[in-house]
Design a binder for this molecule. Structure first.
Ligand code: ZN
Length: 623
């Protein structure tokens, strides 16, 4: 199933690249380009460029590049069709699909989002006005919610009855089950899933409803929280409450705060901190980390991050390495929840965020604090506890720093600590993946692909076996980067002047395979946008990159240099052929023509007619 090419092109053309990118990072105009901090990697000085005319972007830091569709795919984690639909919706373009019935799956998902939206509206209205929601309203008031907040977070009330939602919205079994809103009960009757609960709607990153988190009233029955079960749209290992609203500030502040509860996110909001999200009834998973790493590399944990124990900590180190992110811990005074603290002392909450400490440091200090540092035995025990925290860390430079400060605080010689660390790293740990590291005293990295330790029990494993990831497919390095020089300059000119690419240049003028392929691609597709969309990824990246470089040269200069270089290569080849030939005179007229013409171009400058003549000559003799 796909979208009609013409419609894809229309979407691409109708998208304002600068406006699109500006939702994620601030851009400013520099010459013909727009530049800003890259939304795909953390950086302090801008290396991200946008070419507004062509609708392309390129990052000189992390090499992210492409067009509006790639941008949306990458930043929103969408597949191609989703990304095009996302942009089409913004540009009010209605799409046509290539196979009849091919859009069924997609239509189904759209329909389920709509069902959830209707349910959300119904629950919300119920909370605001129904007499049976009075207790819910007074509970929310007691938690500091006013009606403006109830509206902003679209909080709802699921009544106690068995099937009130099902009947009110006339929902069928399939819709109920696929949205998690209801199910068939043992008496073969359709029944609502949420009953007698205050509901916090959960949205995907694009702001579409995917599920609910339901909190019982203080005197209610059942577990305190009940979330949607995994279904077609909702996967708890990926869902992050509040991400749709938080992502703008996550990008602008380059930091995300993870909490454990919906009301914690709201507490942060109340304290003026709008970059908090909550996991929905599960521990942080690698999928969450992967998704967040698109927005920021700095992840703050605003819950007791040490509670989950050593194996969870090692998992955190492994994610830091695999996804190039860093974890910090927000140490909340007295172990308070963020929402409690927000109500009592919002300034203290903000201060705790400000003074977040690196995850390892936090754990080392906690290990030290639990020991008695007043006597030698106590210091030795504390040192061992701290070393166990440090041992699994993958970065030896980091490990060294902690050893040094540990030596200070425990008054134990750093070399002794280092020996001890090696011992600890050698010890087998009672974990299921122990075999993977036996006999290996090096950094203990559980590895991002180990499904046993990557996912909380019961979570669906999403890790692929080694070798099956996208990086395993396709031959690497088909196109090497373009070498700097006249050929690359010429391709850059071609990128900015497609008219010249088609008329004045020919693939015969290029020696470098990447440059030649790039020119052929530009000429055959007729536009830069199409070349980037259709070409192989390496070429598309090179072209996007060239499109955001400023052109400060005259087209004729570039052509002159390109032709001269090609002429020199041709001359050398002809001379070699002449030497090897039994009839060297056969080559003499071509050789003297090139010698004379190269000299002419040099003397008269690239702007002269003779350049065009040389180009024609080269193209016809090499064709
Ligand atoms: Zn970048």
């Amino acid at each position: 199933m796909g979208i009609v090419d013409e419609d894809v092109a229309r979407v691409r053309e109708s998208t304002d690249m600068v406006a699109l990118v500006s939702q994620y990072t601030q851009l400013r105009r520099v010459g013909q380009r727009w530049v800003g901090l890259c939304p795909f990697h953390a950086e302090k000085s801008p290396s991200f460029s946008v070419n507004a005319t062509e609708g392309l972007y390129h990052c000189f830091g992390c090499k992210a590049s492409g067009d509006a569709i790639t941008f949306v795919r990458e930043i929103e984690h969408l597949d191609f069709v989703d990304a095009v639909e996302h942009l089409a919706a913004k540009a009010s373009i209605s799409l046509r699909y290539t196979e009849r019935g091919g859009g069924e799956e997609r239509k189904r998902r759209e329909h389920l989002h709509e069902v959830l939206e209707r349910a959300l509206e119904w629950y919300h209205e119920r909370l605001r006005s129904a007499p049976d929601a009075a207790r819910a309203r007074s509970y929310l008031r007691s938690r500091g919610f006013d009606s403006e907040e109830v509206a902003r977070y679209r909080i709802g009330w699921a009544p106690e009855g068995w099937d009130e939602l099902t009947r009110a919205l006339r929902l069928g079994r399939k819709d109920l089950e696929d949205t998690g809103l209801g199910m068939l009960n043992r008496r073969n009757r359709l029944q609502d899933f949420f009953r007698g609960r205050v509901l916090f709607p959960i949205h995907d990153e694009r702001g579409r409803p995917i599920g609910f988190g339901g909190r019982r009233l203080p005197d209610g029955e059942g577990p305190k929280y009940q979330n949607s079960r995994d279904n077609v749209l909702y996967h708890k290992s990926r869902a992050l409450y509040g991400l749709d609203r938080a992502k703008a500030e996550v990008v602008s502040e380059n930091e995300v705060i993870i909490c454990e509860g919906y009301t914690d996110v709201i507490g942060f909001d109340r304290a003026g901190i709008h970059r908090a999200v909550a996991t929905c009834g599960t521990a942080l998973t690698e999928d969450h980390v992967r998704m967040l790493s698109r927005f920021t590399r700095r992840i703050l944990l605003a819950y007791d991050a040490d509670e989950a124990g050593q194996s969870a900590a090692e998992r955190t180190y492994a994610w830091e390495k695999a996804h190039d992110v860093g974890f910090w811990v927000v140490d909340l005074p007295g172990g308070a929840d963020p929402d409690e603290l927000a109500a009592e002392d919002p300034a203290a909450l903000a201060a705790a965020v400000e003074s977040a400490r690196p995850f390892v440091e936090f754990r080392v200090q906690r290990a030290l604090a639990s020991g008695d540092l007043d006597n030698p035995e106590g210091r030795a025990r504390a040192a061992t506890a701290a070393l166990e925290v440090i041992a699994p860390h993958h970065d030896d430079l980091v490990v060294d720093q902690y050893l040094m400060s540990l030596a200070d605080s425990t008054r134990i010689d750093v070399d002794r600590l280092r020996e001890r660390l090696v011992d600890i790293r050698r010890q087998p740990t009672p974990e299921p993946n122990e075999h993977a590291r036996s006999g290996d005293p090096g950094p203990r990295d559980p590895g991002p692909t180990d499904p046993v330790i990557d996912h909380a029990p019961g979570d669906p494993g999403t890790s692929l076996p080694p070798g099956s990831g996208p990086e395993a497919s396709g031959a690497p390095g088909v196109f090497a980067p373009m070498p700097h020089g006249a050929e690359r300059e010429a391709i850059r000119l071609a990128v900015n002047r497609p008219d010249l690419a088609a008329t004045a240049m020919g693939p015969e003028l290029f020696e470098d395979p990447t440059c030649r392929a790039a020119l052929e691609l530009l000429v055959s597709t007729g536009s830069l946008a199409e070349a980037v969309a259709q070409g192989p990824p390496e070429l598309a990246e090179e072209l996007s990159r060239l499109s955001v470089e400023d052109v400060v040269v005259e087209p004729t200069d570039v052509l002159g240099r390109l032709a001269t270089e090609a002429a020199r290569v041709e001359l050398a080849e002809l001379e070699r052929a002449a030497r090897a030939s039994e009839d060297p005179l056969e080559y003499s007229s071509a050789i003297s023509y090139l010698k004379v013409t190269i000299e002419e171009v040099r003397r008269h400058g690239a702007g002269s007619e003779i350049v065009w003549e040389l180009v024609d000559w080269l193209r016809s003799s090499r064709a």
